[in-house]
Design a protein around this ligand. Structure first.
Ligand code: NAD
Length: 484
């Protein structure tokens, strides 16, 4: 809906229909590439959360009892609807969080693939018969949990939502999705399109609003039987406590501070642009960003110069073809990134390039930060330890393979890691010892729906993507009969 002042309004989608918030309240959505108001988002409350969960619970028996092949077909149609509306959804993501348009299109295509992949898997989950002696008959059933609360972050909104919602639905659960308050527009539209594509009413609902309000109410709702969360470690910890208190299963996909090790025999002409994209793609607002670049001392100066030169050539703006740098997704995060830059200066890191707001034609009012690289960073510096979630990379030198691994693992987080070398033995030797859920060899940010991902250490609990994720949303039941 567009109001008289020309601003679009985004309501929730509950029980198969658009629904205005019960309290009638909305909050603003700001385009981070201009700083201008572009939308009003429904601020959900307790009545809306209850309506969404109750509708999801009401749709359960129809959805979970449906022939899994038929359920899968509907999900594949949802995937087609998302793919058919890729340009529309990508444009909304670009306006809402400043994601460069071409990258936004790729992430929407990825979202469509989740529905396609898990739709295809829906009919493949099978139980087993277990021999228990001649007088007994035992078999197992895989059943959904019921209502799943899915809480998503703002950095890759529709894609991250689809990543957890698609397997949860394929498993026969009904879902209440809560996007971030910074990125609701495209997600609400994705849910509407999914309903129009044939999802029965109530199977997928979306409530919008603030995390400490709608998010907290959702995780605490007594009809919610499972929680899947993607976001920061701090919120993940809080949600984990709620899950423990309520004794419901929880999947936590959290933050990272991922190391990317460059050995002296790396193919530098390939490594330099990819290492750079490893920490500036989506303005560094990707959980698996390779922000700690650990470089062998013999090539350290040469590599630093090449990396800084490549960073200075990256165009800035949301409409350029890739590679390009968009703004930081919201003002709060922009200020956070700038605080990390100040900390780097005060702790004595050597600025190689960037380190300031990007200005220029077409950028005014936008929350743009230049691609930023610090050299001679020590492991104890704040920028080497904390997730910045901005286009900031830090360079740390090393001498031996052992030392590189030690630096790489010196973090409580463990989402991704990378190794650059042409030595086929070394890359696998190092990969085994890196404490991370994903290890890239001679590349970064390559992913596929069929490949599982998740965090070691404090980066999370559980795995998304891949065949195994569907069972994260199911529980097994043993049926034991005595043959009388
Ligand atoms: P965040 O933790 O601030 O918010 C995530 C979601 O949780 C939002 O929808 C928010 O409204 C909601 N929320 C906040 N407080 C809540 C509460 N008390 N109860 C329930 N819900 C609540 O994270 P963010 O800033 O939106 O996202 C960035 C973070 O997400 C980064 O740390 C990034 O690394 C991480 N991330 C991880 C992955 C992964 O796959 N591991 C993917 C993307 C992002």
């Amino acid at each position: 809906m567009v109001t008289s002042d020309g601003i679009a309004t985004f309501d929730m989608f509950i029980g198969g229909q658009s629904r205005a918030p019960a309290d009638g309240e909305y909050f603003d959505s700001i385009d981070p590439s201009t700083g201008l108001l572009i939308g009003r988002i429904a601020r959900g409350g307790v009545v809306d959360v209850d309506a969404a969960v109750t509708n999801a619970a009401g749709a359960l028996s129809e959805w979970s009892d449906m022939n899994p092949h038929a359920r899968g077909k509907i999900l594949r149609r949802v995937g087609e609807a998302v793919a058919d509306n890729r340009d529309y959804l990508a444009a909304l993501e670009t306006r809402d969080i400043g994601m460069p348009l071409q990258f936004a299109s790729l992430t929407i295509s990825g979202a469509a693939e989740y529905f396609d992949f898990y739709g295809s898997l829906a009919a493949t989950v099978q139980g087993e018969t277990i021999p228990t002696g001649s007088g007994r008959f035992n078999y197992t059933l895989w059943e959904p949990y019921g209502v799943v609360a899915a809480i998503a972050p703002w950095n890759v909104p529709v894609n991250q939502a689809a990543r957890c919602v698609a397997p949860a639905l394929a498993a026969g659960n009904c879902v209440v999705l809560k996007p971030s308050e910074f990125s609701s527009m495209a997600t609400v539209e994705m849910v509407r399109l999914a309903n129009e594509a044939g999802l029965p009413a109530g199977v997928m609902n979306v409530v919008t609003g603030y995390g400490h309000e709608v998010g907290a109410m959702l995780t605490q709702h007594t009809l919610v039987e499972s929680i899947t969360f993607t976001g920061s470690v701090a919120t993940g910890r809080a949600i984990g406590k709620v899950a423990a208190d309520r004794v419901v299963p929880v999947t936590l996909e959290l933050g990272g501070k991922s190391p990317d090790i460059v050995f002296e025999d790396a193919k530098l002409e390939v490594a330099v642009p990819k290492v750079l994209m490893g920490f500036i793609l989506n303005s560094g607002q990707i959980c698996t960003s390779g922000t700690r670049v650990i470089v062998q001392r013999s090539i350290y100066e040469k590599f630093s110069k090449m990396l800084a030169a490549a960073a200075e050539k990256i165009p800035i703006g949301v409409n350029n073809p890739m590679p390009t740098l968009g703004p930081i997704a919201n003002e709060m995060q922009f200020e956070k990134v700038m605080r990390y830059i100040e900390a780097a200066e005060s702790e004595g890191a050597r600025l190689l390039t960037g380190g300031e707001r990007a200005r220029g034609p077409g950028l005014s009012g936008g929350f743009y930060v230049k691609p930023t690289i610090y050299g001679d960073v020590t492991r104890d510096m704040t920028i080497a330890r904390e997730e910045i979630f901005g286009p900031v990379g830090v360079l740390i030198p090393f001498d031996t393979e052992e030392e590189a691994i030690e630096i790489a693992n010196d973090t409580p987080l463990g989402l991704a890691a990378g190794v650059w070398s042409q030595d086929a033995s070394r890359v696998h030797r190092v990969a085994r010892r890196l404490q991370a859920g994903t290890v890239y060899i001679n590349d970064w940010h390559v992913q596929a729906v069929e490949v599982p991902m998740g965090g070691y250490k404090r980066s999370g609990i559980g795995r998304e993507r891949g065949i195994q994720a569907i069972k994260s949303y199911m529980q097994s039941k043993s049926v034991m009969q005595t043959l009388i």
